[in-house]
Design a protein. Structure first.
Length: 252
């Protein structure tokens, strides 16, 4: 989608993510409080997810084939072109969605899928709903800045998925053995930080010198310290002949 529209979609996407995370956390806390055995279900789910993530090969993405997008197009009438930063417009007297709305729906559904992994993982660290929600909130609020900072470098983090898979498996095992083996919180946080750090350092070393890093245009709001580009319209200058005399024409 056009770069100038990404800020608006991410802003509303983050707000929606906070709402959905709050609902997931409230439901997860209630389940753990009433049915303690669900911690083993969460743990097994995380272990399976981590193994699948480690074994899954990177595939070329085709957003137009996304089932959520296909369902959205069938249910909601949508325009084929963007209309500035509007999510909906009126055409022929009826309200229709713009592609910007479709992107927002994809972001929200993607976050729900991520929440299925991340929220059980945090419950393995603490069962305090307030800490679980605030940690999610601060993480999500930082995503917008991280997105624009790392979007051009994401192809360099070739081992990050392996690091995340290791973290998911570790957290899942921790939940499965929680009734018999107590692992201190500091030990879990240290292991998670180590796994992520090693995967990032290994990725950057392996892709050193590659052209994976990108940069934002100077006019982009997140290009810190940069000024808007000057007027780049063609300038017409008099054209001269071989004798240096003006011949009445112009050059761009």
């Amino acid at each position: 989608m056009p770069l100038q529209h990404q800020h608006r979609v991410l802003f509303w996407g983050i707000l929606g993510a906070l709402v959905f995370r709050a609902l997931f956390i409230a439901g997860g806390a209630a389940l753990l409080e009433r049915f303690h055995f669900t911690i083993y279900i969460f743990g097994a789910f995380l272990v399976l997810t981590g193994i699948r993530m480690a074994l899954h090969r990177d595939e070329e993405m085709h957003p137009e084939k996304n089932p959520v997008l296909g369902l959205f197009r069938r249910v909601v009438p949508m325009t084929s072109e963007y209309h500035g930063q509007k999510f909906t417009v009126r055409e022929a007297g009826r309200l229709v969605a713009t592609p910007l709305m479709a992107v927002l729906v994809l972001i929200e559904t993607s976050d729900i899928l991520f929440a299925v992994d991340s929220i059980p993982a945090i419950f393995a660290i603490t069962d305090d709903p307030f800490i679980v929600f605030t940690s999610n909130a601060f993480a999500i609020l930082g995503l917008r800045a991280l997105y624009f900072m790392l979007a051009g470098m994401i192809n360099r983090f070739i081992y990050l998925k392996i690091g995340l898979a290791v973290v998911l498996v570790y957290v899942g095992v921790k939940m499965l053995v929680s009734s018999w083996i107590h692992i201190p919180i500091w030990a879990s946080l240290a292991f998670i930080a180590l796994a992520i750090t090693v995967s990032i350092v290994a990725s950057l070393r392996s892709t050193k010198g590659s052209s994976g890093a990108g940069s934002l245009p100077a006019s982009h709001p997140d290009a810190l310290g940069s000024a808007p580009p000057s007027d780049t319209r063609p300038v017409e200058v008099p054209r001269t002949g071989d004798d240096g005399q003006h011949d009445g024409g112009t050059e761009r």
